[in-house]
Ligand binder design. Structure first.
Ligand SMILES: Nc1ncnc2c1ncn2[C@@H]1O[C@H](COP(=O)(O)OP(=O)(O)O)[C@@H](O)[C@H]1O
Ligand SMILES: [Mg+2]
Length: 292
């Protein structure tokens, strides 16, 4: 699919398939086109070209029907600040035409799932950012969706709130729901996602399991050197790959012994030797420049 705005192309020939029951992560820097992609899936904006099918239904033509089976956690919380937790959920449940008798039971069960039972009568304005995020997830689950779409579900949350939300998402996945989420937290993607696609400039740069992506693009280990070193000291015919980011030097290699020997040879004290990870891969694929 393609989505063009007046003077820019937000999504530029994206071809993507997500299997039922999968947790799929859309990774990309700010402005990569993640939100636009998710909005296209929800039928909130029309593609300039291409076709989209969600749960077997063509979108945007059948978006209203598809949306009954899709829960949404938007990038910015849009809970009604004048209402309580309960009222927010009731309004949403009514919108989806749930039986009033079933609504109470369902809201209670979901608030329990999110450990929010005690906040039933709290006004939204009294909730912390993490609590609002959990509530938005609860709201997304009110109509018992098969697919849940989450746009940066944990951006801005503290570590406890983030862990809590991750646990809830893992439970949803274990219960067989399909999850599509966007994130720029690689730790989140590594923990939750079966597969990820790295997106930049509206295009997919690479996709696969988190592990496969790291293996495809980077040597197995990396030595982070956090002090100045002479580059010529590092060169050793094809046994490593060097990347310099400001004062940080990264030396990648498949041979741990080589990196150990290098640490000795350089006599450095400020360093970290570790396996290469998805964040390294993400930075490698999307460049290291600052974005919007
Ligand atoms: N309604 C819009 N009108 C014009 N440009 C837009 C609009 N929405 C998004 N864009 C542009 O499309 C690009 C992708 O945006 P977005 O999908 O929000 O990226 P991401 O969610 O990955 O940060 C950006 O350059 C953004 O400025
Ligand atoms: Mg976005």
């Amino acid at each position: 699919m393609v989505k063009r705005y007046r003077d820019r192309t937000a999504v530029d020939g994206l071809d993507l398939e997500v299997a039922r029951g999968e947790c799929f992560g859309l990774l990309g820097p700010n402005g990569a086109g993640k939100t636009t992609t998710l909005r296209l899936l929800l039928g909130l904006t029309w593609p300039s070209a291409g076709s989209i099918s969600v749960l077997g239904l063509p979108v945007p033509e059948n978006a209203r029907i598809a949306r009954r089976r899709v829960g949404v956690v938007p990038q910015a919380d849009n809970l009604d600040p004048d209402f309580t937790v309960e009222e927010n959920l009731e309004v949403y449940a009514r919108y989806f035409g749930l039986e009033p008798a079933a609504v109470h039971e369902r809201i209670h069960a979901l608030l329990k799932f999110a450990e929010l039972e005690e906040r039933l009568h709290s006004p939204i304005r009294e909730l912390s950012g993490g609590t609002k995020r959990r509530l938005t997830l609860v709201r997304a689950l009110v109509q018992d969706p098969d697919l849940v779409i989450l746009d940066e579900p944990t951006t801005g949350l503290d570590p406890h709130a983030r862990q809590h939300l991750w646990n809830r998402l893992e439970e949803l996945r274990a219960a067989g729901r399909t999850l599509i989420l966007s994130t720029h937290y690689m730790e989140e993607a590594e923990r939750l996602c079966d597969r990820v696609a790295v997106m930049d400039h509206g295009r997919i740069q690479a996709q696969g399991t988190p592990r496969a992506l790291v293996e495809q693009f980077l040597p197995r280990y990396v030595l982070e050197i956090r002090e100045p070193v002479a580059r010529r000291e590092l060169l050793d015919a094809g046994r490593c790959r060097i990347e310099e980011i400001g004062a940080l030097t990264l030396v990648y290699s498949n041979e741990r012994e080589y990196l150990a020997a290098l640490i000795d040879h350089l006599g450095i004290s400020r360093y970290l030797e570790r396996p290469s990870n998805l964040e390294d891969c993400f930075l490698h694929l999307t460049g290291r420049g600052l974005r919007e």
